[in-house]
Ligand binder design. Structure first.
Ligand code: 5AD
Length: 469
């Protein structure tokens, strides 16, 4: 049977989509190749959030094709995901040796198309149509994939698409309108994962806090579950959103230890979600809350739907509900028209919040987005300079926050060997910080208390002598 190599660019949603495609192909008898040099099929699952990500994937595909022409005739090439969706056939016009262009609503068709391409039944396939119900098709997992050992953590896709239309963002065009799976469907997938030994589940979507708000009514009786959280919230006079109802339902799974989710939108942090942090122990004290800018003027231009003050209020509430909660963010540097005063507001917001970490993005104009047509696009050199300044600040604050954990005992979920040094094990704290320690394979999947002895760059090290054995 043929072998496939899948390379993934971009976010956790893309990682998850690739996993589901790999699982689908393995179920059909394909094997997973270790690199593009030994595979019959090479798939690049792409990201369109910044031009850089697109250029990297285009360059990679050109290089793979060039090399294959010399060494591997007959190799099949495919682009999957966001860039496939936004560029479609244009990708084949540009790289005529590409055999497959598969959009974000078509991952479940990968095996069928590849079978046809390999059998010579089709020449080239471009499928980037919308497909109703596709949000429910990303469900296969590869728990025993490459690693042989079982997976401890798993990602579960709960929705697709985004209707927020931030002015800088291409996602509404690559991922489409918001579509949510039902609560019973998601819970069934989570239950199956827990049965297979998964201890931590991350609920995934482009804007998870909008789960169930559009399209199919996830809070209707045949979709929702009864009682529990919704009633609890109602007693307090807070109507539980479908997202909180979903967390409640997943929380009930016996054997599941931790629940995470990404990415939320700050406007989705209503009272019911903040309150959920206070009473659901499996919901870990960690939040990735993309702020994008600290300036109200820029937030408005971005169409973010909150102010700096509202964002700070959410952080205050979360810290009141869960002291020590780990908070990370995304920041865009150099949005069109960003002045030095606007940028200073972003720096001061970073100082005020003290993020545990922040992912910094240099603004990149994206096709068909309103921001690409805004006046005052900033010169690259200025964006670079601001990027360096905010990076310095984020690193300084992060180091301080990580160093403060030295000498403290933290609970980690052991995930497996460290990628950088397989002789060591790695796990994550509830606040989502990576801890490296010298334990043994048998600790995989366990919750352990570890004492932190030192820190590296956004990494904690635990002392093996102080691990509870
Ligand atoms: N330019 C730069 N960064 C962007 N992001 C989204 N669109 C753009 C863009 N056009 C960033 C945002 C988002 C993260 C996933 O990518 O910060 O939260």
């Amino acid at each position: 049977m043929p072998s496939v190599y899948i390379k993934t660019y971009g976010c956790q949603m893309n990682e998850r989509d690739s996993e589901a495609v790999a699982a689908q192909l393995v179920a059909k008898g394909y094997s997973l190749a270790a690199s593009e040099h030994v595979a019959d099929v090479v798939l690049l699952n792409t990201c369109s959030v910044r031009d850089n990500a697109e250029q990297t994937a285009l360059g990679k595909m050109a290089a793979v094709i060039g090399d294959a022409k010399k060494n591997r005739p007959g190799q099949v090439f495919g682009f999957l995901g966001c860039m496939a969706q936004s560029r479609g056939k244009e990708l084949i016009d540009r790289l005529p040796d590409v055999d497959l262009v598969l959009g974000t609503q078509k991952f479940h068709r990968a095996a069928e198309y590849l079978d046809d391409l390999l059998a010579g039944k089709r020449d080239q396939v471009v499928d980037v149509e919308e497909e109703s119900g596709s949000e429910g098709t990303i469900r296969e997992h590869l728990l025993n994939g490459n690693a042989k050992a079982r997976s401890v953590t798993a990602f579960v896709s709960i929705m697709q698409g985004c209707n927020q239309h931030c002015t800088f963002c291409i996602v509404p065009y690559t991922r489409g309108e918001e579509r949510s799976r039902t609560i019973p469907d998601i819970v069934a997938e989570c239950r199956e994962l827990v049965t297979q030994g998964v201890k931590e589940i991350t609920l995934l979507g482009q804007i998870v806090t909008s789960y169930g708000r559009r399209g199919r009514d996830a809070s209707s009786p045949n979709c929702s579950r009864d009682g529990g959280g919704a009633l609890h919230a109602l007693r307090r006079g807070v109507a539980a959103t479908p997202f909180v109802q979903l967390i409640e339902a997943v929380h009930e799974l016996e054997g599941l230890e931790r629940i995470r989710f990404t990415s939320p939108h700050p406007k989705g942090y209503g009272q019911d979600l903040v309150e959920a942090y206070g009473r659901l122990p499996k919901l870990v004290e960690s939040a990735h809350l993309p702020v994008q800018s600290g300036s109200d003027r820029v937030l408005k231009l971005m169409h973010r739907g909150y102010t700096r003050a509202r964002y700070l209020e959410i952080i205050r509430q979360l810290r009141a509900a869960r002291p020590g909660i780990g908070i990370t963010t995304d920041i865009i540097v150099g949005f069109p028209g960003e002045t030095e005063a606007d940028f200073t507001e972003t720096l001061s917001l970073c100082r005020e919040v003290e993020f545990d970490n922040a992912y910094l993005f240099k603004y990149s104009p994206r096709k068909d987005t309103p921001a690409a047509a805004m006046p005052d696009q900033l010169p690259e050199a200025l964006i670079e300079e601001r990027h360096a300044r905010v990076l310095g600040l984020v690193n300084e604050i992060g180091k301080r926050k990580y160093d403060a954990l030295v000498g403290r005992k933290v609970e980690i979920l052991v995930e497996g060997p460290s990628r950088k040094n397989p002789a060591r094990l790695t796990g994550r704290t509830r606040c989502n910080k990576i801890v490296v320690f010298e334990g043994s394979e048998r600790h995989r999947g366990e919750l352990l208390d570890v004492k932190i002895t030192r820190t590296g760059s956004f990494t904690l090290y635990g002392d093996p002598a102080i691990v509870n054995l």
